[in-house]
Ligand binder design. Structure first.
Ligand code: GLU
Length: 465
């Protein structure tokens, strides 16, 4: 049988990192088994579902390269199908109309709670076989006896007593079908063989299994993935660095790093940390997914991102970096190619946003030098370097370095002083990638221009004293 999995997000906000991990595991499981992967948008909660959220889901999946073979299906477009089944269920007696008023249900609840019982519908309308057309809901006739057991692929056998389960409302008074019902029908209609989803859905599983059984549909295999918590063991939030997926893109993470981080967050293969996409597909199995909760660690995500910035071809990184450069309003026409900038910053920057923040001086001369830097003792050093650089026939790192060393030698000053004054002149900062490489990338003309600018800065400073 061909394996088929699905990702079924509710479009009610950002796509969270936990949902993306669920999507990834479902997708990898399908790809590993040469099966199919379905995208289904669970938008039955009309009030909370938004088009903006649907767009964010699609954009995130496209950015991460998690591609689907079928869909996106929308539950709101399948109401006719749900109603067809509900009407059949009423005919076959596996569902019934319930006319109980809000007041009765509220009172029943209070009495049950007072008596120390778990509140649940008492089956009044089922027993009394009431019929009519006044406003009503449709309830599923949940079996009253026996258990529901399923073999969770991550957590082993899980059993629920049918007595614990309510006669679930499957269609509301306004005619709209409810969540658990739609999920069960969709999984059946779409031929889903493996439902891989968050642990928060375990309690829904016996209800969905009972619905499927009542209509003679096959029961898929279930796998519930543990939750992700913050590093302090508390519910994951912004405080822990948890963001919506597109915000990670905006913060300068690479999709490869996100996927690699997420596969390791709750799954392992020996002690291996870095996985290419094809390794992920080859190696991913559900039996290696961890049962205990995972702890989100933003520093590890950064570490992996840094690895990928250094590991992937600079040309590829440049494509992703370009958007960040645009966000910073940097015009890269008159400067080195982005691949050069990446080579220079990949050691020190852990995100693409950091690179974009740091590299402005490669393209713009307009930075100002802080007053705390450079004084008259540096003036002659800079002048000497300038004169020598202008006579450098071959503009390369080796020759630039020779100039700096000979200036230090002639002026009998520590070469650190020479480098630091020049660094300030060329970049405006007291820290940069290897200076000779920076100068080589910036080019002769801009270098000379900036040295002159720094010399003027020193002159003006002196005049002001
Ligand atoms: N729509 C549900 C959610 O976003 C997922 C339901 C499922 O996977 O069965 O949590």
């Amino acid at each position: 049988m061909k394996i088929k999995t699905r990702f079924a997000p509710s479009p009610t906000g950002h796509l969270h990192i936990g949902s993306v991990r669920t999507a990834l595991y479902s997708w990898l499981f399908a790809r590993h088994n040469k099966g199919a992967f379905v995208l289904r948008i669970e938008d039955t909660d009309v009030e909370r579902s938004t088009q903006e959220s649907i767009n964010m889901i699609m954009d995130s999946m496209a950015w991460l390269n998690i591609n689907w073979d079928e869909g996106p299906y929308y539950q709101t477009k399948r109401f006719d199908r749900y109603n067809e089944i509900i009407n059949n269920m009423i005919t076959y007696g596996t569902a019934y109309k319930c006319f109980c008023s809000k007041e009765r249900l509220e009172y029943l609840r209070k009495v049950q709670i007072k008596a120390g019982k778990k509140p649940r519908y008492d089956g009044y309308c089922k027993q009394n076989k009431i019929s009519g057309t006044i406003p009503h809901v449709i309830r599923f006739c949940n079996p009253q006896e026996g258990d529901v057991t399923f073999k969770d692929q991550i957590r082993g056998n899980i059993t629920f007593n049918n007595k614990e389960l309510d006669d679930l409302i499957i269609r509301r008074t306004d005619g709209s079908p409810t969540y658990n019902f739609c999920v069960a029908i969709d999984d059946w209609d779409m031929g889903i063989t493996h439902v891989i989803r968050g642990e928060d859905h375990i309690n829904n599983t016996p209800r969905q299994i009972n619905i499927l059984k009542s209509i003679g549909a096959p029961i898929p295999t279930y796998a519930h993935i543990s939750m992700i918590f913050g590093s302090d063991g508390k519910k994951l939030s912004k405080r822990h660095g948890a963001l919506g997926m597109l915000q990670y893109r905006n913060e300068g993470y690479l999709p490869e790093a996100i996927l690699n981080y997420l596969i390791r967050l709750g799954w392992s293969h020996n002690n291996k940390e870095i996985f290419s996409l094809s390794e992920m597909i080859d190696l991913f199995t559900l039996n290696k997914v961890n049962r205990s909760p995972s702890l989100f660690n933003i520093d590890k995500l950064k570490w992996i991102n840094h690895r990928y910035i250094n590991q992937l071809p600079a040309k590829y990184i440049a494509k992703h970096l370009y958007q960040h450069i645009k966000n910073q309003n940097i015009n890269i026409q008159s400067g080195p190619p982005l691949t050069k900038v990446i080579e220079l910053f990949s050691k020190s920057c852990k995100t693409l946003k950091e690179i974009a923040y740091s590299c402005r001086y490669f393209y713009e001369d307009s930075f100002t030098i802080d007053n705390k830097y450079l004084n008259f003792t540096h003036y002659q050093l800079l002048e000497d370097i300038k004169n020598k650089l202008m006579l450098t026939a071959n503009w390369n790192i080796e020759n630039i370095n020779q100039v700096l060393l000979s200036t230090a030698d002639e002026f009998k000053v520590n070469k650190k002083i020479v480098y630091m004054s020049l660094r300030i002149a060329i970049t405006g900062h007291d820290g940069s990638p290897t200076l000779t490489h920076v100068i080589e990338a910036i080019g002769l003309n801009k270098t000379i221009f900036r040295i002159e600018k720094a010399m003027n800065f020193i002159k003006n400073k002196k005049n002001n004293i």
